[in-house]
Design a protein around this ligand. Structure first.
Ligand SMILES: CC(C)(COP(=O)(O)OP(=O)(O)OC[C@H]1O[C@@H](n2cnc3c(N)ncnc32)[C@H](O)[C@@H]1OP(=O)(O)O)[C@@H](O)C(=O)NCCC(=O)NCCS
Length: 174
């Protein structure tokens, strides 16, 4: 696997220039089914409204190329539980940016953001056939909690879903 983008991406707030990239991700039916979501009904790709919804109980960042600030995808933290200090992690890259080290760099950066938010633990769900994503999460220290059987209905079939979790050390590992 190529790793050319490792160390060459950053997280930053979503700006209006990112909306076309993010709208394309929202309109990508196959991708949405990998994210255990569904494309918005009626072709409503209103990215601004989606960002506001994402921020209601979490946070979202654009993954940006350090060289030209272009948006390569996004990472999000959702469903923050304030007392237990856990939340759900999600990530999606635009198709041309996968397999280059961007997901790994962005997830590491996200762990720092989660620490800054005072979170103790991140959880995530991945379709059991999303082998690349699961390999990334295991590489970065997420552990398999268990499998939810027939959990995600994509409209045509039901998929088993793996639950994973990772605690966030108070200080970054040296
Ligand atoms: C999943 C996703 C975020 C991974 O990001 P990425 O930039 O493609 O992954 P990276 O290049 O950073 O890979 C980092 C590590 O993850 C693992 N990995 C990533 N893709 C892999 C693949 N297709 N097959 C096997 N391992 C893979 C490898 O361990 C890799 O380390 P290595 O390069 O030392 O072998 C990205 O492919 C994506 O956005 N996919 C579509 C959306 C999605 O599935 N999101 C997750 C939903 S749970």
């Amino acid at each position: 696997m190529r790793s050319g983008m490792r160390g060459r991406v950053k997280l930053r707030p979503v700006v209006v220039e990112d909306h076309a990239t993010l709208a394309a991700l929202r309109a990508d039916v196959e991708l949405q089914h990998l994210l255990l979501a569904n494309p918005p009904p009626g072709g409503d790709y209103d990215v601004a409204a989606w960002i506001v919804r994402r921020q209601a109980d979490g946070a979202i960042w654009a993954i940006a190329d350090l060289a030209d600030d272009a948006c390569l995808g996004y990472v999000q933290i959702a469903a923050i539980h304030r007392r237990n200090r856990h939340a759900h992690f999600g990530i999606a890259l635009a198709p041309g940016w996968r397999g280059l080290g961007v997901g790994e760099a962005a997830t590491i950066a996200l762990l720092s953001e989660a620490r800054a938010l005072g979170l103790f633990k991140l959880l995530l769900e991945a379709r059991v056939d999303n082998h690349g994503a699961i390999a990334l999460y295991e590489k970065l220290g997420f552990r398999r909690v268990g499998t939810l059987q027939h959990h995600y209905d994509d409209g045509g079939r039901r998929h088993d879903v793996l639950v994973m979790e990772r605690e966030i050390p108070e200080e970054p590992a040296a």
